[in-house]
Design a protein around this ligand. Structure first.
Ligand code: HEC
Length: 86
């Protein structure tokens, strides 16, 4: 990992969130290859879209409101929107 902030983002996506996003989603930057939900590298969601899905849940994806703080949700949302192919 290049730097501390990158490590924080990486861990948020692959470990901190329960269940980890990586179980269900593919995101090359996080070395995630889950195949349950949409491929985030192709969807290229902006941060607001990621945060909304995490707060409310969507389809088979659970809500993270009870397990992550608002700040943690914003961190993951920023990370996904930044690295997903933009
Ligand atoms: C249990 C599997 C699962 C986990 C864990 C999961 N997702 Fe999802 N996710 C899905 C599925 C399935 C969809 C598609 C839902 C639909 O459109 O019906 C989805 C949709 C999304 C979308 C698109 C929302 C939209 O507006 O279309 C984003 C962004 C997303 N997930 C991000 C994440 C992030 C970030 C995490 C970790 C905090 C995560 N997901 C964890 C299964 C999962």
């Amino acid at each position: 990992m290049a730097s501390d902030w990158a490590l924080v983002f990486f861990c948020s996506f692959t470990q901190v969130a329960k269940p980890p996003c990586a179980v269900c989603h593919t995101l090359a930057h996080a070395e995630a290859g889950g195949a349950v939900g949409p491929v985030l590298d192709e969807l290229k969601p902006d941060a607001a879209r990621v945060a909304k899905a995490m707060r409310n849940g969507i389809g088979a994806m659970p809500s993270y409101s009870a397990v992550l703080s608002a700040e943690q949700i914003d961190t993951v949302a920023f990370y996904v929107s930044t690295v997903s192919g933009r």
